[in-house]
Design a protein. Structure first.
Length: 540
């Protein structure tokens, strides 16, 4: 019997030794292997880490400059439980300064009447002056201040703001899944925000311990050149053009399709460059004659040597400004409606509409949620509809579609789809994913050369003569269009162009909305704006 009890005692002793050994091993592991992680977790129990911005990525221009504008917001955070540890009976100037500064800013910010409830903290928005007063207060338990940078979206129709907002302005619902805005959102939604870390010590004092910088964020680099954009904006906002409520300007690198600038004069009005808030865009008018002309030259349905008659008649489309007997090149320079109505019939509307579509017309270019598609009215046989569509009536397009009309000519007959997003990049602007260019040949270089020559003559001695600049090669086409906007009869001015700086071609479209119906044209409105912009950006 004694031996039985002895064996049991030995087993119990050995079991206790084993358990004790395991505890020692566990303590050693905690002290030497897990101490850093556990101490970090312990410290974080007293941490607060507010995000310092409402956007979790950066938007760069092509040269790595920041494109978004920010406005600062200021906050004070009260840790309620800790704040109530302050000794209100003690004469503390900083404590009472905090109370009175906040109450003086907003009567509802009354720290004397907050209850020590289960609510962990209160966050109050304050102004910069109040922030400056509070951030230097020391020795008060349970509060801290921080500054927050929010994207300034007051210019709600600025392209950069449209692109970076996945929700609609009207009802704050998410935009369509295939939109460019949602493409950017889905690429960046898993990014981390920059945060500031505030830690509370054992006495309840809260202080900043630095910033938590995200790792491996995906940022967006556009094709824009901020320097060019700023110069375009300055031109549009000059007193010279104060009578125009809205002007849209787009500048593109001809060979790459990179959009260097995409500027609205008024970013509080619906974006004109993408035709936002319109019924499929705007009537292009005579800029569409380029499409008819190049299609006819390419298909040999237009004779460059033949003279066409523009004479007064009951169906004259030149409104008393008939041009007599002229060639196609002269008709383009003078923007003769009668000749191009006849040319449209010779070329065939199906042919020139097909050419227009192949250059991006009547379709979204960037697929913004609010971007207009464009449209045209198919002409009724023997009803004169083909004559109207030949001169850019009975159709609607957007300025971002229109820029390709000039650019395909400048690019030797090759259509280059406009590019807005160049690449997704890291924080140092190093490429993660490069977005490819899209190109296709529309017509021959011979046709392009002929069109270049004709468009240069439009500027040298035609309707765009106000845009001529010595020693700079410029070709273009003016347009003056009319449309019905609700119950209003409106007119717009257009100029599509290419120009050459330092042996490199660029294309530009200038769209002036709501010009004087009776006294202004594209040649007297859009063309001078074009000239001022080229002179401004060529100073570099």
């Amino acid at each position: 019997m004694y031996m039985i009890y002895k064996r049991k005692a030995i087993k119990i002793f050995l079991l206790m030794c084993f358990i004790f050994l395991m505890l020692i091993i566990r303590i050693v592991c905690i002290m030497f292997y897990d101490s850093k992680e556990l101490s970090t977790k312990a410290e974080l129990q007293y941490d607060d880490t507010p995000a310092l911005s409402d956007i979790n990525y950066m938007l760069f221009d092509y040269n790595g400059r920041q494109l978004l504008d920010y406005k600062n917001k200021y906050y004070v955070v009260i840790d309620i439980g800790t704040f109530h540890q302050n000794n209100f009976d003690k004469n503390s100037n900083d404590l009472y300064s905090l109370i009175y500064i906040l109450k003086n800013y907003n009567n509802d910010y009354d720290l004397l009447n907050i209850n020590n409830t289960e609510n962990n903290s209160l966050t109050y928005e304050i102004d910069e002056d109040t922030y400056d007063k509070l951030k230097n207060l020391k020795g008060v338990k349970g509060f801290y201040t921080y500054m927050y940078s929010a994207v300034d979206r007051s210019a709600s129709w600025k392209i950069e703001n449209i692109l970076t907002d996945p929700k609609r302005l009207t009802d704050k619902s998410f935009k369509t899944l295939d939109s460019i805005e949602m493409q950017v959102y889905n690429k960046t939604k898993d990014n981390k925000y920059i945060k500031e870390r505030f830690a509370k010590d054992v006495n309840g004092n809260i202080s900043s311990k630095g910033y938590i910088m995200p790792q491996n964020n995906v940022n967006v680099r556009l094709t824009f050149d901020k320097n060019i954009e700023d110069k375009v904006k300055d031109t549009l906002n000059s007193d010279k053009y104060k009578n125009y409520s809205q002007i849209g300007v787009i500048i593109m690198d001809s060979s790459s399709g990179n959009i260097l600038a995409m500027v609205n004069k008024n970013d509080n009005d619906a974006n004109a460059n993408i035709g936002a808030a319109t019924e499929n865009g705007y009537v292009p008018g005579s800029i569409f004659k380029i499409i008819v002309d190049e299609t006819g030259i390419q298909n040999n349905s237009i004779s460059l040597t033949k003279s066409y008659a523009c004479l007064p008649s009951s169906i004259s489309m030149c409104k008393g400004r008939e041009h007599g007997s002229i060639t196609v090149a002269e008709a383009l320079a003078e923007s003769c409606n009668n000749v191009f109505a006849k040319l449209g019939e010779d070329v065939g509307y199906k042919n020139f509409i097909a050419s227009a579509k192949s250059q991006g017309l009547f379709n979204k270019v960037f697929n913004f949620d609010s971007e207009a598609i464009g449209d045209y009215v198919e002409p009724i046989k023997n009803a004169g509809g083909s004559r109207l569509i030949s001169i850019g009536q009975n159709m609607r397009i957007t300025p971002i579609q229109a820029i390709s009309i000039a650019n395909t000519v400048a690019n030797d007959g090759v259509y280059v789809k406009p590019r807005l997003i160049d690449a997704y990049v890291d924080d140092n602007n190093n490429e993660i994913t490069k977005l490819p260019s899209q190109k296709k040949t529309i017509f021959s270089k011979n046709t392009a050369d002929i069109m270049k020559t004709q468009m240069i003559q439009v500027v040298k001695k035609g309707t765009a003569y106000l845009g001529n600049i010595d020693n700079i090669e410029i070709g273009g086409k003016t347009g003056t269009s009319t449309r019905i906007d609700g119950s209003n009869y409106c007119s717009d001015g257009w100029f599509i162009s290419f120009f050459k700086l330092k042996d490199k071609y660029y294309s530009m479209v200038v769209f002036v909305k709501n010009i004087d119906v009776d006294n202004e044209e594209g040649g007297t409105t859009a063309v001078p704006i074009f000239k001022d912009i080229v002179l401004n950006i060529s100073k570099n």
